[in-house]
Design a protein around this ligand. Sequence first.
Ligand SMILES: C[S@@+](CC[C@H](N)C(=O)[O-])C[C@H]1O[C@@H](n2cnc3c(N)ncnc32)[C@H](O)[C@@H]1O
Length: 307
Amino acid sequence: MHYSVMLKEVIESLQLKDDGIYVDATLGYAGHTREILKRVKRGFIFAFDQDMDAILYSQEKLEQIANNFLIIKSNFLYVKEELEKRNVFNIDGILFDLGVSSPQLDNKDRGFSYRFNSKLDMRMDKTAFLSAYEVVNNYQENDLARIIFQYGEEKYAKNIAKNIVRERTIKPIETTFELVEIIKKSMPKKDTFDKNPARRTFQAIRIEVNHELDILEDSLKKALSLLNIGGRMVVITFHSLEDRIVKNVFKEVSEVDKLVKGLPEIPDAYLPKFKLVEKKAISPSDFELLENRRSRSSHMRVIERIR
Ligand SMILES: C[S@@+](CC[C@H](N)C(=O)[O-])C[C@H]1O[C@@H](n2cnc3c(N)ncnc32)[C@H](O)[C@@H]1O
């Protein structure tokens, strides 16, 4: 079952105009785009995803309700370039709903989940070179340990990395279940009774495979430069490191530059172009948390172009 996180909050925050131009940077299974389209009858939506499965599904679903949209298969790092190719230089709002979708996680052939046995893959873009297989079988031990520790916040990262390297000298690690076994062997027995002892390591490898954190800051900054005055960016994150990047980018563009902060009057050119719509990140309602456990780690931040 596919559930769009904080759907109501996203739609309210975007302050959609019937004739606006909007971007959904993470189309997925079109839950958010569908609601945007219902409210933007005379405008246009550009929707991005790097996953062809998501695009094919969403194209068919959205065609049934509207024709004022275009789906672009691209990494959202290139939203600006892709829009410019189509002579679009300004937009009225953009949504980033980061990470993987439930259908990606639930598809046993994609190798995202420790719950199914499949080839190690985890690529959102099935044409990309780097897969979980490459990471697990070719990365150096210290890089594996760093990734699993930083992106997964896994306290047994060092042991897991050591055991991965040991096992792969015997034979390549090919499947998700082989990896799960190595992870379990790398922690004290009592911790393997944790519901999902492999969850943190799988998350870390997925983030590495898809460069999820590397591209975020640039993607947000480039997309912010497209916003019209009054236009908003909404970002939903599922990981504290992701949220920190969003928070810092938003802080940087919404605060007066330190260089001129002390001046009695700030010259116009130095006034921030953006304002935070909410000071703190927004979390899902208690009702949503009950309905969809996957939303529990999500945070939403909203910023508006003001000059
Ligand atoms: C959480 S899902 C979005 C769900 C969507 N909002 C909905 O309601 O159905 C994230 C989607 O963004 C895509 N995605 C993640 N990172 C991306 C990137 N850097 N470039 C393009 N698409 C990306 C994934 O393939 C996935 O389909």
